[in-house]
Design a protein around this ligand. Sequence first.
Ligand SMILES: [Zn+2]
Length: 124
Amino acid sequence: MAIRADFRCEYCLLAEQVSFYSFHIEHIRSIKHGGSNELDNLAYCCPDCNYAKGSDVGTFVHNDETLIRFFNPRKDRWEEHFEIHNGVVHGKTDIGKATAQIFKFNEIERLIFRQQLAELNLYP
Ligand SMILES: [Zn+2]
């Protein structure tokens, strides 16, 4: 799992070596929503992303009832859905926006930490 993910959170790209906490194995589709324990439903994930996601599978990005699923590291390419400017991780697509919003990618403490890491060439 960790090797497949290159020892990074598969959502926010934080490297495990710079994290104070051990990373988690996360269910992409939570068990509650019918997800399995198979490898193709598991992601390597930092605690911040995992706690923020919880058992959610998506959210609403537009001002309507359309449910937008989260980024799936087993199916989607990160670069297609996100871009990084000055440490801020922006969603480029609806999937990227839904994920960035609910996973709290740009919460101020996380953002400052990533900006410091970027200055040291440790992020992304
Ligand atoms: Zn993360």
